[in-house]
Design a protein around this ligand. Structure first.
Ligand SMILES: [Zn+2]
Length: 344
């Protein structure tokens, strides 16, 4: 039996990490630590990284937001990380990211016909159907100010996707593009808006309608973009918006696992411990179910609510373990004792 003093008190633990945190012991190694639900990186590009290494870095599941639908569809089921995906980027003719070195033709569909009729060359509805048939859970569109998808094409894509039960995520870049995404009924933004400061009304609309994927650390060498994203995210959270952790893995040099810089950037945008954990464990887009694995964090959380950067680094030391390997370190007796203390 572990000594009771070694265990963090449950109320304090949950104040620091949220309601899903639990003290545990690993059956296989006898290590003590904290268990949380599986961590998810909600924005990656598997064709640009060695994704198989992600579970070693604490990431159990990913959302691929731009890849070859055929390759993604042929991934073996049951392997870690668990993958949900968008398939190809749907963009306009010559639009971002067509022609970029990292974006081969297999991962881009250039939409030239906004018609909802299927089976047309460059057809918006056909492109959605292609991703759906490849097993996509989400449709990725591009609203880049230089060459955005035209409104009628966006409307067709959003309506076709929603009719099929798929959510739509947009890469939004440039003035007015977040507003266009909102007007079109886009469900999520692949990046916290980083090119313009959104006004209060727009932030309130976004908070009511959208999920934002954080991707703050990709701006670490661009102070202007970093500042805009941080302040937009802070306002979005304050308005009640739902933020999920995402790094855009494959975009530059990023750690293959939980990125402590992304967590620190989220803290600088106003996140506390429970908000970090909620962002890391959010099930968006809702199709990943991972009861068989959990996050294990060795030891006890450092510092407290006043040292969140240390907490970020500790969260980044996560590993992915089988749920059956974790033995609760607080038994029911302790739980009811806690409740009794609360009543006193
Ligand atoms: Zn991306």
């Amino acid at each position: 039996m572990p000594h009771p003093d070694a265990l963090p008190a449950l109320p304090a633990l949950r104040a620091l990490l949220g309601p899903d945190a639990a003290p545990v012991r690993r059956a296989l190694t006898d290590e003590e630590g904290i268990s949380l639900p599986a961590f998810v990186d909600h924005h990656v590009h598997l064709h640009l990284i060695d994704g198989e290494r992600l579970p070693l870095g604490g990431i159990a599941a990913v959302v691929d937001l731009g890849g070859d639908p055929a390759t993604l569809a042929s991934r073996p089921a049951g392997a870690l990380p668990h993958v949900t995906y968008a398939g190809a980027f749907l963009t306009t003719l010559g639009g971002y990211p067509a022609g970029r070195e990292w974006a081969p033709p297999a991962i881009v569909r250039q939409i030239t016909d906004p018609s909802p009729q299927v089976g047309r060359p460059g057809g918006a509805a056909t492109a959605v159907d292609e991703q759906r048939l490849a097993g996509a859970s989400v449709i990725k569109i591009v609203l880049h100010h230089e060459r955005p998808l035209p409104d009628d094409a966006v409307t067709t894509i959003v309506e076709t996707a929603h009719a099929a039960g798929l959510v739509v995520v947009a890469h939004v870049e440039g003035d007015g593009m977040t507003r266009r995404a909102l007007d079109a009924g886009v469900d999520a933004l692949a990046h916290t808006p980083f090119t313009e400061r959104l006004d209060e009304g727009l932030v309130a609309r976004a908070a009511a309608a959208q999920v934002w994927i954080s991707t703050l650390d990709i701006h670490r060498e661009d102070a202007d973009a970093a500042g805009l994203a941080r302040e937009n995210l802070r306002a979005f959270r304050a308005a009640g918006g739902r933020v999920v952790y995402g790094t855009d893995l494959g975009n530059g040099e990023l750690p293959l696992g939980v990125n402590p810089r992304e967590l620190r950037a989220l803290i600088s945008a106003g996140c506390d411990g429970p908000a970090l954990v909620a962002a890391l464990t959010d099930p968006w887009p809702g199709t990943a179910s991972l009861p068989e694995v959990r996050t294990f964090l060795r030891g006890r959380p450092p510092g407290g609510a006043d040292d969140l950067d240390a907490l970020a680094d500790w969260l980044a030391s996560a590993s992915v373990v089988p749920t059956e390997d974790l033995i609760p370190a607080v038994d029911d007796g302790t739980d009811s004792a806690d409740r009794k203390d609360d009543d006193d």
